[in-house]
Design a binder for this molecule. Structure first.
Ligand SMILES: Nc1ncnc2c1ncn2[C@@H]1O[C@H](COP(=O)(O)OP(=O)(O)O)[C@@H](O)[C@H]1O
Ligand SMILES: Cc1ncc(COP(=O)(O)OP(=O)(O)O)c(N)n1
Length: 267
């Protein structure tokens, strides 16, 4: 018997500690039962305590990876994470347009949990100009929404205002993530139909390294399976909550989630 499964490509940076970036995306996609492919934009020297180095891929090498992936096992959805330079943004924009990529989830990664910048200022502008127009969903966290909107986001009303502002920058949906304490752990989706809150119970843990990467690749899995954005967000949020709730505790700093929590059995 032969069979296949939908595929998701992650266009993102490598996290040597395995909790965020490309590594988190591969684990998430495989945990959803889909096939993960990767386009590496940068290498980071990173662990649960911090980011100690960033080495960008050559933009033409990023494009070559996109071409190799799309010309063979065509992805059903795309997740974009860390993209640190404007020339890499440009390569990705041209590559995705050339292959008419659809179902693109863009996580506008800016700063790691430990506070290290993961994007240049000019790349942030390029991200808005060149990649926001291609996205089906963008998934800023609160600090990212603040930078993109140029306003403080301290209340749920601020989240709603920011979501509406961001919606004007993209044809896709906007998910403002609530992991930074403004809304408990409720996330806010803004799409053409209006606003919708996704409620989440706040889990008390310091092991949250990679939550944003994991959520965005899980949403891409839903889109790859043919789900609508709201359905995909709901399933992704359930998956992240389970991975946070599992009690996984490794590393000396902000540890990773347990991407395989559903398969552990009795601990
Ligand atoms: N302590 C927590 N308890 C429950 N959900 C959380 C917690 N921290 C983050 N989340 C969820 O994880 C996802 C990623 O959010 P967030 O941490 O804000 O993103 P990022 O990792 O980009 O900063 C969101 O769905 C958010 O609600
Ligand atoms: C290589 C790499 N990419 C992205 C991040 C940031 O991860 P994210 O899940 O957005 O944020 P935190 O949950 O870690 O705050 C990273 N650290 N490394």
């Amino acid at each position: 018997m032969s069979y296949s499964v939908p595929s998701v490509v992650s266009i993102a940076g490598s996290d040597s500690s395995g909790g965020a970036g490309i590594q988190a995306d591969i684990k998430t996609v495989e945990a959803f039962g889909l096939f993960a492919q990767t386009v590496v934009t940068a290498l980071t020297v990173q662990n649960t305590l911090g980011v100690y180095g960033v080495f960008d891929a050559d933009p033409s090498f990023v494009r070559a990876q996109i071409d190799a992936v799309f010309s063979d096992i065509r992805p059903d959805a795309v997740k974009i994470g860390m993209v640190s330079s404007p020339s890499i943004v440009e390569s990705i924009a041209q590559g995705l347009a050339a292959h008419e990529a659809r179902s693109i989830v863009l996580d506008p990664v800016m700063v790691s949990t430990s506070g290290a910048p993961l994007i240049e200022d000019r790349a942030r502008e390029a991200l808005v100009e060149r990649l926001f127009p291609l996205a089906s969903v963008i998934t800023p966290n609160i600090p990212e929404a603040e930078v993109l909107c140029g306003m403080a986001v301290r209340t749920r009303d601020d989240m709603e205002r920011a979501a509406r502002m961001l919606k004007k920058m993209t044809p896709g949906a906007v998910l403002v993530k609530g992991g930074h304490g403004v809304s408990g752990a409720d996330d806010l989706l803004c799409c053409d139909d209006g606003l919708r809150w996704f409620e989440g119970r706040r889990i008390e843990t310091s092991n949250t390294h990679g939550t944003g990467c994991t959520l965005s690749s899980a949403i891409a899995c839903g889109l790859a399976r043919g789900e609508g954005v709201a359905e995909a967000v709901e399933a992704a949020k359930r998956y992240v909550a389970g991975a946070l709730e599992s009690g996984f505790d490794i590393g000396k700093g902000s540890g990773p989630l347990d991407h395989m929590w559903q398969y552990r059995g009795e601990k």
